[in-house]
Design a protein around this ligand. Structure first.
Ligand code: PLP
Length: 239
């Protein structure tokens, strides 16, 4: 094993232990939670090592960084998640490698993703990103639709050729009433997911929790956690 391989293996084992402990504490089966490793700012060689260690879900947040990395790893059976704020001029590129876009937060993005998915002749998974700190009708500072905008966006994805509504995603807010209250934020996301699933039972993905708060997300009922730093190390400022 190279130094980097053993470092990633150790980090991954520690994160795996945390997820398993959180599942046990919540009375959930370990299989109910999928680990997505956020590889942003780290090289394709790390993605390859992670794949060798059993990782099958990776996430990126910037197309410029992600597109060449995904191309360099095209031979690996990986599911690529796009989790960053997405400009419509990047959509065609992102749809070329992403299996799931977790940051769908406006109607214009839905139509753009749909057109690109149709052109590629493929079905793209979509999560609606919810900004729990956004006011009605607004979007969050880091993207995301306000909770009262979910239904309109979900209906748009339902009606969009090439798109499949998979569920909801959030990032715990840094400001507003949920600042520092991750568990409350994730409980709120779960309530919104329950409401969504009442009419769309297949949209059952709940993506919440990062390196610092994955335990709270698992306790609340998240099905997917997105972990970067705890696996790969602290990133340089950008990203
Ligand atoms: C970077 C990022 C993560 C991972 O954050 P860490 O704190 O490094 O675990 C998760 N979700 C999104 C949307 C991100 O941009």
């Amino acid at each position: 094993m190279t130094d980097r391989t053993s470092e990633l293996a150790e980090n991954l084992a520690r994160v795996e232990e945390r997820i398993a402990a959180a599942c046990a504490a919540a009375g959930r089966a370990r299989e109910e939670v999928t680990l997505i490793v956020v590889t942003k700012t780290y090289p394709a060689s790390d993605v390859r090592i992670l794949h060798g260690l059993g990782v099958r879900n990776v996430a990126e947040n910037r197309d410029q960084d992600a597109a060449p990395k995904a191309a360099a790893c095209a031979d690996l059976d990986l599911t690529w998640h796009f989790v960053g704020q997405l400009q419509t001029n990047k959509v065609r590129s992102v749809v070329g490698y992403a299996d799931v876009v977790q940051s769908v937060d406006r109607l214009k993005l839905v139509s753009s993703l749909s057109a690109a998915a149709e052109k590629e002749g493929r079905e793209l998974g979509c999560l609606l990103q919810v900004a729990l700190d956004a006011e009605s009708g607004e979007r969050g500072d880091r993207g995301g639709v306000a909770p009262d905008g979910i239904e309109e966006l979900a209906a748009a994805v339902d009606a969009a050729p090439g798109l499949r509504l998979d569920g909801l995603m959030t990032v715990a807010p840094l400001a507003g009433p949920y600042a520092g209250r991750q568990r409350a934020a994730f409980d709120r996301l779960m309530d919104l997911s329950t409401a969504l699933r009442a009419t769309r039972p297949a949209a059952n993905m709940v993506s919440a929790g990062m390196s610092a708060d994955l335990e709270e997300a698992v306790a609340a009922g998240a099905t997917h956690v997105r972990v970067g730093t705890a696996v790969l190390g602290v990133r340089p400022k950008l990203g």
